[in-house]
Ligand binder design. Structure first.
Ligand code: PLP
Length: 355
């Protein structure tokens, strides 16, 4: 049976990425060797990381003065690396979900943290908009897409201090004005590559302003100087990232991706709003186009398990909601075809007719 993959992360990847990665596992760039067994210092792999970096810059419009890094450790290591490198006295954070809360926890190890606003009191079901960023903060940090709760900030915010953003789960779903940010980071496993590589886009002059000593591996400047090759980078995920980026370019870049993403999200949200059994969990104006969270209406709450089973029988995978929200979460990352969303919508309609 054809599967429709709505997992939140790791998550669906394009067949282009998967097939080309599989080919390179058997024979990488005509070397007669697997990508799994070549030196990261080989000229063939150097060409891979160079092209992946160039495509990140091209597709996201990364201006002069910024570097693209490919690191290990996941977005969660960035929660500590950002303050290690950038927090001298105080940083401002917007608390919109679990990942933001994790980032705040790490930042507190390095200095004062001003949480400018939080939606924790309502289980993060909206994005706070009324807050002031202190002008004496070293930087302002926010999460553009709250993967667990299904809210998203679909525009570049403004900040009087350098801005840092965790874009793990909505990178490549809209054009971004990189020049507004000091640093953008994310785990690649939602919209770019298999788990294991983290992308960082960092403005050179945002670094070098803290007085503490920074361990070599946690210092962005190490990785800038060595072109992400200070130590062995995650070779295979970087190769897959290159395949995805080539595919994104072929599709027409971020503008084209955004158009498809908006359409997919609209199809699903329209059905959630129409269907007698279901309801969305977040404020309408803050709805994420990447992670769609919904639940059974109270009168039908006991049908939750049945719907998961029904959906499973249609080949739908990964729609169980995160334990902090319950219900359902359909992740509509770039690689998910519109047809899969239609299969989910049809299942919701059929399920409604039966109850
Ligand atoms: C998945 C996710 C993370 C965690 O990423 P890891 O690579 O597993 O550390 C952080 N932030 C956001 C917004 C995420 O979606």
């Amino acid at each position: 049976m054809k599967k429709h993959n709505f997992y939140a992360g790791p998550s669906i990847m394009s067949q282009y990425t998967i097939k080309n990665t599989a080919d390179a596992i058997l024979d990488f760039a005509g070397t007669g060797l697997s990508i799994l067994e070549v030196s990261h210092r080989s000229k063939e792999f150097q060409a891979v990381i160079d092209e992946a970096t160039a495509l990140m810059k091209e597709l996201l419009g990364v201006p002069e003065g910024y570097h693209v890094l490919w690191l290990g450790g996941g977005a969660s290591t960035q929660f500590a690396m950002v303050p290690f490198n950038m927090l001298e006295k105080k940083a401002a954070y917007l608390k919109t979900g679990k990942w933001a809360a994790n980032a705040i926890k790490e930042a507190k190890l390095f200095g004062e943290v001003d949480v400018v606003a939080s939606s924790e009191d309502t289980n993060y079901n909206y994005i706070p908009k009324d807050y002031t960023i202190p002008t004496d903060a070293d930087y302002f940090h926010y999460t553009s897409n709250n993967t667990i709760f299904g809210t998203e900030i679909r525009k570049d915010l403004d900040s009087p201090v350098p801005m840092v953003c965790d874009m793990s789960s909505d990178i490549f779903s809209r054009p971004v004005d990189v020049s507004k940010y000091a640093l953008i980071y994310g785990g690649a496993q939602k919209n770019i590559a298999p788990a294991g590589v983290t992308f960082v886009i960092v403005k050179e002059d945002a670094l070098g302003h803290v007085s503490r000593a920074i361990p070599t591996m946690l210092n962005y400047q190490t990785h800038i100087k060595k072109g992400s090759m200070f130590n062995t980078p995650p070779v295979l995920p970087i190769y897959s990232a290159l395949m995805t980026l080539r595919y994104y370019k072929e599709l027409g870049g971020v503008e084209a991706l955004e158009k498809i993403d908006l359409e997919k999200a609209a199809v699903l949200y329209d059905e959630i709003d129409r269907n007698r059994l279901f309801t969305g969990t977040v404020a309408e104006e803050d709805r994420s186009i990447m992670n769609v969270c919904f639940v059974m209406k109270p009168d039908y709450a006991e049908l939750e398990k049945d719907f998961i089973e029904f959906a499973t029988s249609k080949g739908i995978v990964g729609i169980k909601g995160h334990r902090d929200v319950g219900g359902f979460r359909a992740s509509l990352y770039n690689a998910l075809p519109l047809d899969s969303v239609k299969v989910l919508v049809d299942a919701m309609k059929e399920f409604e007719a039966k109850h």
